[in-house]
Ligand binder design. Sequence first.
Ligand code: NI
Length: 189
Amino acid sequence: MADVLKVIQLGNPDLRRRAQWVERSQDKCIQQLIDRLIATAQAANGVGIAAPQVAEPDRLFIVASRPNQRYPYAPAMEPTAMINPQILAHSDECVKGWEGCLSVPGIRGLVPRYREIEVKYTDRWGDLKHHLLSDFVARIFQHEYDHLDGLVFLDRIESTQDLMTEQEYQAREGIESLERSNQSTVISS
Ligand code: NI
């Protein structure tokens, strides 16, 4: 298992910097960073993590959706490194869903995101990938992509009324499947 890295938190200026294009995805330091980011996301029950969150200014992130304590309804997939990701197109439709962030502990926000996005990225083996992503995985991609531009989900919420503590969020989830109902809430088209 690779080393777990320290995740920097809101207020650290490194979180607000624009990350740089990765020129050599096959370099050992990039491959090692990928392994460490995957280990760090797993250790923290994260469904994604971006390099700037461990103060590495590279345009790369991990999408690692799987059901866990923080996201019980997340679809399962292998942790996937996405290097130099780009959003090529998106649906008109946006949906609001609850997000959290390892760099903003203890807070959830109801964040509008495009329901579907067309993306390309380089995978860890250097191959160019082109995908259509939807719903929760598209949400993770957009959240992590924002980190590469120095943005966090708090920058995307429409109102401070759309914030909740993690404790309150967990308590409410037990009552009603809040996350699932919100995932299908259409807010614009
Ligand atoms: Ni985040």
